[in-house]
Design a protein around this ligand. Structure first.
Ligand SMILES: Nc1nc2c(ncn2[C@@H]2O[C@H](COP(=O)(O)OP(=O)(O)OP(=O)(O)O)[C@@H](O)[C@H]2O)c(=O)[nH]1
Ligand SMILES: [Mg+2]
Length: 203
């Protein structure tokens, strides 16, 4: 009887935990964004931008919103480190792809790296939030202009959205996360990952 009530209690009150992979080429602002996310959701725990260094390994950040726990995996974007990205694909519920929208010279690299991400079979159906970062800088392009510039094909089979953000002043971050959580909760991939975790838990 106890286990029945405990199971019900757990079902009603325990929040799901989702894994969000933060990808993008080097200097896009991924780690700065992760730190800003922490400071918004964990009230002041994130590092200030001047303490952020280029990523070589993996940075992990955990936040909790009203509906879910999110675990962010932030990987290095330098060319030689991008082969590590795919090791995380199978376990990721969603992708946050960060682009430096103020540096036009980085767009082609950002586009071709993103196309590889989108095509990877281990990420099939994963919701994708494409972040046009550095909106605080002059001359930056917004989310719509970035979408036009990238002109990405093969996006239609997954939920996706472009979001203008600044990892410095925090604009756009909450709406991006709200959208991501909503999409993760209703997408088929989440059901598949949940079923797989359930089976693994029983073995
Ligand atoms: N103005 C401005 N600068 C930013 C913003 N986000 C990041 N930066 C700067 O961009 C540079 C790169 O930021 P990182 O967060 O280290 O970039 P990254 O994508 O994690 O880079 P790798 O770890 O090498 O892949 C740093 O100088 C940051 O201070 C932003 O929103 N606005
Ligand atoms: Mg980094």
């Amino acid at each position: 009887m106890f286990s029945l009530f405990y199971g019900l209690w757990k079902f009603v009150f325990t929040k799901d935990e989702f894994h969000v992979l933060i990808l993008g080429v080097d200097k896009a602002g991924k780690t700065t964004l992760l730190e800003k996310l922490k400071s918004i959701y964990l009230k002041g725990e994130g590092l200030p931008p001047d303490r952020v260094v280029p990523t070589v390994g993996l940075n992990i950040g955990r936040i909790e919103d009203a509906n879910a726990k999110l675990v962010f995996w932030d990987l290095g974007g330098q060319v030689g480190l991008r082969t590590i990205w795919e090791k995380y694909y199978e376990e990721a519920h969603a992708i946050m792809y960060v682009i430096d929208a103020a540096t036009a010279s980085s767009f082609e690299d950002a586009k071709s790296a993103l196309e590889k991400v989108i095509c990877h079979e281990h990420l099939r159906g994963a919701p994708l939030l494409i972040v046009a970062n550095k909106q605080d800088l002059p001359g930056v392009i917004n989310d719509e202009e970035l979408s036009e510039f990238l002109n990405l094909k093969e996006l239609d089979e997954r939920p996706y959205m472009f979001q203008a953000v600044s990892a410095y002043d925090g604009r756009g971050i909450k709406s991006g996360i709200d959208w991501l959580v909503e999409q993760i909760e209703k997408c088929k991939r989440t059901e598949t990952l949940r079923a797989r975790a359930g089976v693994a838990g029983k073995i």
